[in-house]
Design a protein around this ligand. Structure first.
Ligand code: NDP
Length: 294
């Protein structure tokens, strides 16, 4: 294994420390404690774990955490009423609606109802539009995490050939916009891309956000490329009946060819929650008229 293994867990711990310092500065300068409201509808086990982790990290960072757990029979109108009250609540600076939502609730309608100034997931069309037009706004957490990790390894990304595999609104498209803003030459690949291996082989920076276990192979990579693996896939482990997590990249083989690579778990995942805290602090600073220090 010759690649540098990018330690997302350690980077995230450092970033959370910077957020904590930023929170203390905001409390001192403006008397404002940032507050993050997380809304969970239903009892999806994975979502419950995410929400618990987010709440714990929020409190550790010196912020207020507001958890709203609703029954899976909640109607769209009831959820909209809650969002309207969170939009109006001065103690709440960030609102995150945990996805997926039960099928009686339209995801787009709910995400569009969140006040764009409190949209710490960065999914509101106004924030998507600000990102696309290169203006300041709240940026989705996982894409922000990818670019922070890439910049930590490479410094400036200017002029690099980057490929983003995946074009979802949550990861692929926003990460491509961020890389463009860093002056990369960006290719966005997807399920209809012809000869993905050949397109990938030109890239200095590979961001894989596909949701297909270990689809990115070592012989697709340019030697020395930096590889950021967003994928989280549950597959059968070596032990009978046990599952394990793998990314979208064939980590073991790619680590022999890449210059730097993120592991799964321990790469992008922990950074995503840290970036949620960054966004909450930035939202609180913007609402308070303070300059964000992270
Ligand atoms: P989506 O399913 O919304 O998007 C997947 C994208 O991959 C689509 O654009 C699809 O193309 C493309 N794709 C699918 N199959 C292929 C293929 N064979 N070749 C090339 N492209 C392909 O997924 P998300 O963007 O929401 O998530 C992607 C992965 O990242 C998932 O594993 C998810 O769990 C993980 N994730 C991790 C996070 C973290 O915190 N680490 C946060 C968010 C997501 P097309 O558009 O043509 O269908």
């Amino acid at each position: 294994m010759s690649a540098r293994i990018i330690d997302g867990t350690a980077f995230a711990a450092t970033l959370r420390g910077r957020v904590r310092n930023g929170v203390e500065a905001l409390v001192r300068s403006h008397g404002v404690v940032p507050g993050l409201a997380v809304v969970l509808v239903g009892a999806d086990p994975a979502s419950q774990v995410y929400v618990k982790n987010k709440a714990g990290r929020t409190v550790e960072a010196g912020m207020r955490s507001f958890e709203h757990r609703l029954q899976d029979t909640t109607t769209e109108a009831e959820l909209m009423t809650l969002i309207a009250s969170l939009n109006a609540d001065p103690a709440v600076h960030g609102i995150l609606v945990q996805l997926p939502l039960p099928k009686q609730i339209r995801e787009n309608a709910v995400l569009t109802a969140v006040d764009p100034a409190k949209d710490v997931d960065g999914f509101h069309p106004i924030n998507a539009g600000l990102l696309a037009t290169g203006k300041p706004g709240l940026v989705p957490c996982t894409p922000l995490a990818c670019v922070m990790l890439a910049k930590d390894v490479l410094g400036s990304l200017e002029g690099l050939d980057a490929i983003v595999i995946g074009r979802s609104n949550i990861v692929g498209k926003p990460v491509a916009q961020l890389l463009l803003a860093e002056s990369c030459t960006v290719t966005i690949a997807h399920s209809k891309t012809r000869d993905l291996a050949a397109v990938c082989a030109r890239a200095d920076l590979v961001i894989a956000a596909v949701g297909r276990p270990e689809i990115v192979k070592a012989d697709w990579l340019k030697p020395g490329a930096t590889v950021i693996d967003v994928g989280i896939n549950r597959v059968a482990g070596a032990e009978l009946g046990k599952m394990k997590l793998v990314g979208d990249v064939d980590f073991k083989a790619c680590a022999d060819k890449a210059g730097a690579i993120t592991p799964v778990p321990g790469g992008v995942g922990p950074m995503t929650i840290a970036c949620l805290l960054v966004n909450t602090l930035r939202a609180a600073c913007a609402i308070a008229g303070a300059t964000a220090t992270v």
